[in-house]
Design a protein around this ligand. Structure first.
Ligand SMILES: [Fe+2]
Length: 240
């Protein structure tokens, strides 16, 4: 499996503080059957400003440490980006990192309470510039919980959708679960990811959520959300 949303790098955001904690998280991920994990520190969210060169450097350091500790998992670079003016320019200049630095897919975080006016135009503008936004943890956004059809509209324009594993298992709460299940039933989910921050918060475990998803869409489709689809995007390829 491949996890495309993970706060796994030390001291860059509200994820682990030390590299030892990062290694521990990777060990748990590897035990769950995760082979690759995209590090997506918060970037440009007004609080955290993880810089691309620092992310790339920290990914290399962590991968070396994982080899030393014989943990069979590879960490890839990425970031979680807030909607902001000049995003296309920031991507083109390398100021913010796309998934696996492929220049094509970004993990995109919307505000939790409301969808900013013009989000549809913003997504459309990214698409015409060859950039595909992946909406992070859609099931956590209350505007989507109240009106799931909004997600369909954004997918129609070209956005992809990620849900968190604890959203599907019910660990995040009933509203999140209901929303995640509806999105899945309506074939509006493209990725399940952990959004790991710590072992006690959201651990890097996907297998339980895949079992939950399989009960709704069947084994094959559920596996695609953590295998085929992530594999495509880390290679910069479309999933459909
Ligand atoms: Fe996140």
């Amino acid at each position: 499996m491949i996890d495309i949303h993970a706060h796994i790098l030390p001291s860059l955001d509200d994820g682990p503080e030390t590299i030892e904690e990062s290694v521990e998280l990777c060990k748990v991920a590897a035990n769950d059957g995760i082979k690759r994990i995209v590090a997506t520190p918060h970037s440009k969210d007004g609080v955290y400003e993880a810089k691309s060169d620092k992310i790339l450097e920290t990914v290399n350091v962590l991968n070396l440490k994982l080899k030393e500790n014989q943990i069979d998992i590879e960490v890839l670079p990425g970031s979680e980006i807030h909607i902001h003016e000049g995003l296309v320019e920031s991507i083109e200049s390398g100021e913010v990192l796309t998934i696996n630095n492929s220049g094509k897919f970004i993990l995109f975080e919307l505000p939790f309470v409301f969808i900013p006016p013009g989000t549809d135009k913003f997504i459309f503008n990214l698409k015409i510039n060859g950039i595909v936004p992946i909406i992070a943890h859609a099931e956590r956004i209350s505007a989507f919980q109240k009106n799931t059809e909004l997600v369909r509209q954004l997918v129609k324009i070209g956005a992809l959708v990620q849900v968190n594993a604890p959203g599907l298992t019910g660990q995040a709460g009933p509203r999140e679960r209901k929303c995640a299940e509806w999105l899945l039933k309506n074939r509006l989910v493209h990725f399940i990811a952990s959004d790991v921050h710590s072992l006690s918060g959201r651990p890097p475990i996907l297998s339980k959520a895949v079992e939950c998803a399989a009960r709704i869409v069947g084994e094959e489709e559920a596996r695609a959300l953590v295998c085929h689809n992530p594999e495509q995007i880390i290679n910069g390829l479309d999933i459909r």
